[in-house]
Design a protein around this ligand. Structure first.
Ligand code: ZN
Length: 569
């Protein structure tokens, strides 16, 4: 491919809309352009990267025995009513009506479509197991689309669905996908880690996320140094430690104290001169089943996903000011469990055993001190509802956990019979008896994987593509296209590489060398070959590796073959 005939609209300046590295570099390198919030066009350079990534995914899915197909993007409401998700999926499901006023949605995921398809075409145990996948568009109406293709509303995903005769079979299918995913991310040239994860709205009993490790990652993962436990903090269990036993002889007298305008943990603990571990943080949530109060220690953070799972509700969010006032009688910052009635109170395990604690007084500018469980208030229950953090004990072995940041690029789930039951996907077993198929589902965000690769691998000058997904393997920079000697050498190298089947881009543009070199670094092609004055004068060309910056001088003669050797080395 010739640069002069290719479309790579690079940008000199950082785009103002970009909040994260991958977004900034994908815009600057001319890989993507925004059409609307969370909706992007993929330009030819980006498309090459996307296709290479998709191809590796496809090859490994095929190797694992999965079969590719294409499912409709626009889905009728009926199948979502059948599965029971039409009313519980929430606002991420983009709903629309056709000219006959029939309801549809844009597919955010395809469990309903695939289950509907399979129940129509599979009737016997002899046709199972089967694993079907597609690499196609999804749409999720994210409340806050951001970070470019990292958290877009429309995106390309590989989604696969397995159907087995029983749980044992489903375990095998799950294991095959776990292996396939490990090979995929390995082949993509990424540093990654599979971790235990929350199942979220897809449902199901058990799941793993595949995380690309990057300091800029949105997700925090905890890993154990002693055993192989690794989990998303959304999911990470916390070993219940300590005891709920307290010595009532230590209880001091409950007291109300004035805390004018002090709402934050820092303000309150600083003013009262107590450690934040003595504070009871009181959070009011509104849920689909009414308001709930959650309590965590001042030095801990609430984990809304664990709380939501514990409550088993569909929607859960921090309450607005008016709800807080109606429940506590005080503005935000002064809520506390003492005297709160008619609302469910859930306390984190971390609060057990605490004595003489501090919390809001349910009155503006007032806190209460020397608060003790059972004497002053009793929560409805204790539960594990906080975020795991560095140093927390591993739920498996008790050794301290460490935290790392990552980007979720793949997610595999055991679904069980959730969909086959609700949608009636049964098969006849050897005895002619109807049984529900046991399902699994397996996703990879293909566009997101590209962004994650960039988050993991870049420098101040631009992208450093892992070789397997680079848009081209080699960039030949013809420094001065008007110099016939240089042009001849560059063309020969270009032709030689093309004949050898190497993906090569020849920068034959009539641009200043500085611009060509800047673009080369920005676009991040692994090998840059420079054909300049030395090529003509000394019969020498430079071969530079984008990743290390290492430059190698090679002779013009048989350059294409030498470059090919460098690519594979
Ligand atoms: Zn451990």
């Amino acid at each position: 491919m010739r640069y002069s005939q290719f479309l790579i609209p690079t940008l000199r300046e950082d785009p103002a809309e970009a909040e994260v590295v991958s977004h900034r570099l994908m815009l600057r390198a001319g890989m993507i352009r925004k059409l609307a919030a969370g909706v992007y066009s993929t330009l030819p350079l980006g498309e090459r990267v996307l296709q290479k990534t998709a191809q590796i995914v496809r090859e490994e899915m095929n190797r694992a025995g999965a079969l590719e197909l294409t499912l409709p993007f626009v889905q009728p409401a009926e199948i979502w009513h059948e599965s029971g998700r039409w009313n519980v999926y929430g606002k991420e499901l983009m709903r629309l009506k056709d000219r006959h006023n029939r309801e549809f949605c844009l597919g955010p995921t395809h469990e309903e479509v695939i289950t509907d398809l399979v129940k129509g075409v599979v009737s016997s145990y002899k046709q199972l197991p089967v694993n079907l996948y597609q690499i196609h568009i999804k749409f999720r109406d994210e409340i806050r689309p951001r970070f470019g293709v990292m958290r877009a509303r429309e995106f390309i995903m590989k989604d696969a669905y397995s159907f087995d005769v029983d749980n044992a079979g489903a375990e095998i299918s799950y294991g095959k996908m776990y292996e396939a995913y490990s090979r995929i991310f390995e082949r993509l040239g990424l540093t990654f880690r599979p971790v235990e994860a929350d199942s979220g709205p897809i449902g199901g009993s058990f799941s793993h996320e595949f995380m690309v490790l990057a300091d800029t990652g949105e997700d925090v993962i905890v890993t154990c140094s002693a055993c192989d436990y690794a989990a998303n903090t959304e999911k990470a269990e916390i070993k219940q430690e300590g005891t709920s036993e307290v010595n009532e002889g230590d209880f001091k007298e409950l007291e109300r104290v004035e805390t004018p305008d002090m709402r934050t943990i820092e303000e309150v603990t600083g003013f009262l001169k107590v450690g934040s571990e003595l504070l009871i943080k009181t959070l009011v949530f509104t849920t689909s089943d009414g308001p709930v109060v959650a309590l965590v220690r001042g030095d801990h953070e609430i984990n809304e996903i664990k709380l939501k799972n514990y409550l088993n509700c569909n929607e859960l969010e921090l309450a607005e000011e008016d709800v807080i006032e109606s429940i506590t009688g005080a503005p935000r910052g002064f809520a506390g469990p003492v005297g709160l009635e008619k609302v469910k109170i859930i306390a984190d395990y971390g609060l057990q055993g605490g004595t003489n604690m501090v919390t809001g007084g349910n009155e503006r500018d007032v806190h209460v001190i020397n608060v003790n469980f059972n004497r002053d208030f009793t929560p409805d229950t204790f539960a594990d509802i906080r975020l795991a953090d560095e140093g927390d004990p591993c739920p498996r072995c008790g050794k301290p956990l460490t935290t790392t940041r990552g980007i979720e690029v793949g997610h595999i789930f055991k679904l069980g019979t959730k969909y086959s039951k609700s949608m009636g996907a049964t098969y006849l077993d050897a005895d002619g008896k109807a049984r529900e198929m046991v399902m699994g589902c397996y996703g990879i965000g293909v566009g997101r994987t590209v962004a994650a690769a960039i988050e993991q691998s870049h420098d101040e000058n631009g992208i450093i593509f892992p070789a397997p997904i680079a848009p081209f393997s080699v960039l030949v920079v013809l420094v001065n296209p008007t110099d016939e000697g240089q042009a001849k050498i560059a063309e020969e190298i270009y032709d030689g590489l093309m004949q050898d089947g190497v993906d090569v881009l020849l920068d034959d543009r009539d641009e200043r060398p500085g611009i060509k070199f800047k673009d080369a670094d920005l676009v991040g092609i692994p090998i840059r070959v420079t054909v300049g004055k030395n090529a003509v004068k000394d019969n020498k060309i430079d071969v530079k590796r984008r990743k290390t910056g290492e430059v190698q001088e090679i002779p013009v003669e048989n350059a294409a073959a030498a470059i090919k050797d460098i690519i594979v080395s």
